[in-house]
Design a protein around this ligand. Structure first.
Ligand SMILES: Nc1ncnc2c1ncn2[C@@H]1O[C@H](COP(=O)(O)OP(=O)(O)O)[C@@H](O)[C@H]1O
Ligand SMILES: [Mg+2]
Length: 507
């Protein structure tokens, strides 16, 4: 096999559970011997992806290749991969040796034998005690447990048990080891140690590690390459340095390491405005474009107030060993900074960021999302301080309201749920908001604070008195500072409960 061809290749892989897509158009080539990590928040589809490679789930669409061969529909035991699970189950009544040897004792391998007539034949035979011994010893030495063969697994620490689980997976000499958050049950110190050990095991074994974690620090420390995932979709693939230094969007920036993220507006050629100040930058975006700004805390320089691009007041200080971490309040914004020099809380400081360290990204705004909305006693959803009519029955399929305007939802099973005061996330599409000069026409009103021409329509931001923003696509012309009303049809407000609906059952 060529060195540069992929050992595992996922091509347009999709997984649908009960009508919901949890992995979408996943494409990835994994190089032989690589340590690759899928990183993303809980529920983003990491385990599902891993289970498709292992063969515990079948893809709804797409292909999975191993060394160029389609294994999408091969049963798990026929795939040359092994998995270390998040919740590993060891045999408590067996010692370390037997836990690792367990699978090998049942395994049969093809061997060439000569029968009585002198004909060569392939026969499936169990491994000899000696062969098993050699394999188990090798696996235990890789996980550094050679001295512990006879120990009962129940007497081992969490870290040692996890090493037994890894030994059990590598004893079969898989080509690929799949690891699903294998360190999540360990405490912080143990996890740090095991990260280093896993990296060493990876070197010693020379096989491909396909690792899954929600812990960005773990991913950055161990991986050759990281695949950042969100809602079933790959956001970015790259080396730890690439992902850290050049996040492709605000989600990746926020997820990887600590970042200052702000809304910004392009105000000129390579000039951008954010946190109330104007900055030079190296990226060029169209004038007036709304952008996301990312600045790493270590790139914020604290200087004398008169030398700063902007000034702020230190509101907190934490000593971190090598450096201090400060929060500087600049107007309504907080700037997280690191500095090896001490400054006092309450001190006024200037803030400077080198233009190379201001990362500018397109805003990917497709929907207005209001995470602090709630249902009022009239069965309306309140966004900011403005009530909107909404279809509450969408919160529970097959349900209906006790009566129009009521907050009591009756489920298909006859159970009553009281939605009064329930916290919800409300979403409104940019195209589903109607602006009007007639202030009585809408449910909310505000001032147009920004207007941008995007190719074939305007995009406006309407800000209400209580500082709620509505981003609106519209073919019509308004001016900045115009006061308009915002109207949304009942069916165009999407709602999601913040708590499980079961908690709202009324006895
Ligand atoms: N067997 C299943 N049936 C239905 N939904 C599932 C099943 N397995 C996972 N899911 C859903 O798929 C989504 C992704 O899950 P998972 O791959 O476990 O995420 P992660 O490992 O990133 O936390 C979740 O919303 C989860 O509830
Ligand atoms: Mg998982």
């Amino acid at each position: 096999m060529e060195q540069n061809s992929a050992i595992i290749s996922l091509s347009h892989v999709k997984k649908i559970f009960d009508g919901t897509t949890v992995v979408e158009d996943f494409n990835l080539d994994v190089k032989p011997g690589e340590f690759i990590t899928i990183l993303g928040p809980s529920g983003c589809g990491k385990t599902t992806t891993l289970r498709m490679i292992a063969g515990f789930e079948l893809p709804s669409e797409g292909k999975i290749l191993l060394n160029g061969e389609d294994i999408s529909y091969l049963p798990p035991y026929k795939r040359p991969v092994n998995t270390v699970f998040q919740h590993y189950a060891l045999f408590a009544h067996l010692d370390v040796y037997d836990n690792v040897a367990f699978g090998l004792k049942m395994k049969k391998v093809p061997v060439e034998v000569t029968d009585r007539k002198g004909n060569k034949k392939i026969k499936m035979k169990h491994l000899s005690i000696k062969e098993i011994d050699a394999k188990v010893s090798r696996a235990l030495s890789i996980v550094d447990l050679d001295e512990m063969e006879d120990r009962d697994v129940s007497t081992l620490s969490g870290g040692q048990q996890q090493r037994v689980a890894i030994a059990r997976a590598i004893v079969n000499e898989p080509k690929v080891l799949l690891l699903d958050e294998p360190l999540s049950a360990l405490d912080h110190k143990m996890r740090k140690d095991m990260q280093i050990e896993l990296k060493q095991m990876h070197k010693k074994l020379g096989i491909t590690f396909f690792y899954v974690t929600h812990d960005q620090e773990e991913a950055l420390t161990m991986s050759d390459r990281i695949v950042v995932m969100k809602d079933g979709v790959i956001q970015q693939v790259g080396t730890p340095e690439e992902i850290y230094n050049e996040p492709i969007n605000a989600f990746v920036a926020d997820f990887i390491g600590e970042s200052n993220i702000y809304n910004g507006t392009m105000i000129g050629k390579k000039r951008v405005r954010f946190i109330g100040a104007n900055w030079d930058c190296v990226d060029d975006f169209p004038l007036n474009e709304k952008v996301d700004i990312v600045v790493r805390p270590e790139d914020v320089l604290m200087v004398e107030p008169e030398k700063g691009t902007t000034v702020g007041v230190i509101s907190s200080k934490i000593f971190k060993g090598v450096h201090y971490e400060f929060i500087v309040n600049v107007g309504k914004n907080e700037v997280l900074c690191r500095d090896t020099h001490d400054h006092e809380v309450g001190a006024k400081v200037g803030i400077v960021v080198e233009k190379e360290n201001i990362q500018i990204m397109h805003k990917e705004l497709s929907v207005n999302q209001y995470t602090d909305a709630y249902i009022n006693s009239n069965g309306q959803v309140v966004i900011g301080e403005d009530p909107f009519d909404a279809d509450l029955t969408k919160l529970l399929p097959g349900s209906h309201l006790e009566e129009e305007g009521s907050t009591i939802l009756i489920g298909p099973d006859g159970k009553h749920y009281d939605l009064n005061d329930a916290e919800v996330v409300a979403e409104i599409d940019l195209d589903k908001i109607e602006l009007s000069d007639d202030l009585s026409k809408g449910q909310a009103q505000g001032t147009i604070i920004q207007s941008v021409w995007i190719g074939d329509h305007y995009q406006y931001i309407v800000r209400t008195d209580d500082e709620e923003d509505y981003v609106v696509n519209s073919p019509f012309t308004w001016n900045e500072n115009d006061i308009v009303s915002v109207a949304v049809k009942k069916e165009d407000i999407k709602l999601r409960l913040k708590t499980p609906i079961e908690e709202l059952v009324r006895e």
